[in-house]
Design a protein around this ligand. Structure first.
Ligand code: KG4
Ligand code: ZN
Length: 363
């Protein structure tokens, strides 16, 4: 009988959590022990997706099906543990591509059931936020967080490991989405963000870009005007048969897209009198953003927790890290867990205590 919560110790010192992530084109599995990463495996279908100019959901789902068992097996083996040592299985249940998520969720359910281990449903975005705890195991809220991924751009006040206040968010496109769309206009291959960064290295940020709520709009962002400005610039040049430098466009766009993120997260830290800034999401892998943020935090005497690049983009260690937060809260899923394609940011940040946790408290 599946009864994994019978003898569970929510206060166990360093629980061993297996994380599984399949929300987009990375099939990932990782094992953590407390906040220490024991193993971290990724198989990606990105090179196949690049042939089609973006992620084809069907190809992603098939690749996850092909890779998931092997990736999990490797993660457990490389962690130097046995299956029975695992205290809980954490899996991304949303948001993401539905078919892709379903592969991870189905696998995690079967795996947890077979081993009689607790199952934890992890929201992908909270995983990105929890990556900071693996980078700096001594990290404790409160702090201000910049979230910049392909689907979200926001500034949060992280009050506890499970409570967040949204100080501002994008009013239209996310930062990563803008990187990807501008990359297409410039004829750069998928994935757009890293290719814009590479292209920008050979250019100068000398093309005027719209101000995009810089110094205004509170902590909100707007990226659609910036994207349109780049499209208009390129199309006008092409119509007039005038030469232009793609590298200069990439550099100008990158600096406009990133400077506003840095400006606003620093302003938020000052307003909240926070001594620490953390960052999460794929755009945080951007070298120009990393350097600018470090320089700004140094200038204002703020501690910057900036996870290594591989823990900013999709990975399973961050899913295990958020799994640990939920483990401590006693938030476990059951076998009715289903995948969810979209979850609004506000709902993402809500914490709902599970029945198991409430029952434990009442005892
Ligand atoms: O967090 P992530 O891996 O997946 C989501 O949860 O969305 O973020 C993916 C986004 C993509 O839009 C990608 O272009 C962007 O992060 N990205 C970058 C870089 N690496 C990934 N953007 C700018 N510079 C990068 N080096
Ligand atoms: Zn992500």
């Amino acid at each position: 009988m599946y009864d994994p919560l019978k003898n569970i110790d929510l206060n166990k010192k360093d629980p061993i959590i297996l994380g599984i992530e399949t929300s987009c084109d990375e099939t990932a599995a990782a094992v953590i022990c407390g906040r220490k990463i024991l193993s971290d495996e990724i198989a990606s279908s990105a090179s196949i997706q690049a042939l089609y100019g973006g992620v084809v959901p069907e190809i992603a789902s098939r690749a996850h099906t092909d890779y998931v068992a092997d990736v999990v097996e490797r993660a457990v083996k490389n962690a130097g543990i046995s299956y029975q040592d695992i205290d809980a299985v954490a899996v991304t249940y949303g948001a993401g591509l539905l078919g892709a998520l379903l592969v991870g969720v189905s696998f995690a359910k079967a795996f947890a059931y077979a081993l009689n281990k607790p199952l934890i449903a992890v929201n992908h975005i909270r995983g990105h936020l929890a990556a900071a705890y693996l980078d700096s195991p001594d990290l404790k809220p409160p702090f201000v967080t910049l979230l910049a991924s392909g689907g979200h751009t926001a500034i949060l006040y992280t009050k506890t490991e499970s409570e967040f206040e949204i100080l501002g968010a994008t009013l239209d496109d996310a930062a990563g989405e803008a990187f990807d769309k501008v990359a297409r206009v410039l004829g750069l291959k998928y994935p757009g963000g890293p290719n814009i960064e590479r292209c920008a290295l050979n250019g100068q940020a000398n093309i005027p870009m719209p101000k995009m709520l810089k110094g205004g709009g509170g902590y909100n962002f707007s990226y659609s005007g910036l994207k349109t400005a780049v499209i208009n610039y390129c199309h006008t040049k092409e119509q007039k048969n005038e030469e232009y430098s793609k590298a200069d466009v990439a550099a100008s766009f990158q600096s406009a897209a990133v400077d506003v993120l840095v400006e606003k997260v620093i302003a938020a830290a000052k307003e909240k009198r926070s001594k620490c800034v953390t960052v999460g999401g794929g755009v945080a892998a951007n070298g120009y953003l990393r350097q600018s943020l470090q320089a700004a935090c140094d200038k204002y005497g703020l501690r910057l927790v900036l996870p290594e690049k591989r823990y900013c983009t999709d990975n399973a260690a961050m899913i295990a890290s958020e799994g640990l937060v939920q483990f401590r809260l006693g938030n476990f899923a059951d076998m009715s867990l289903n995948a969810k394609a979209s979850i609004p940011l506000a709902a993402t940040l809500e914490t709902v205590q599970s029945k198991a946790a409430k029952e434990k408290k009442e005892v």
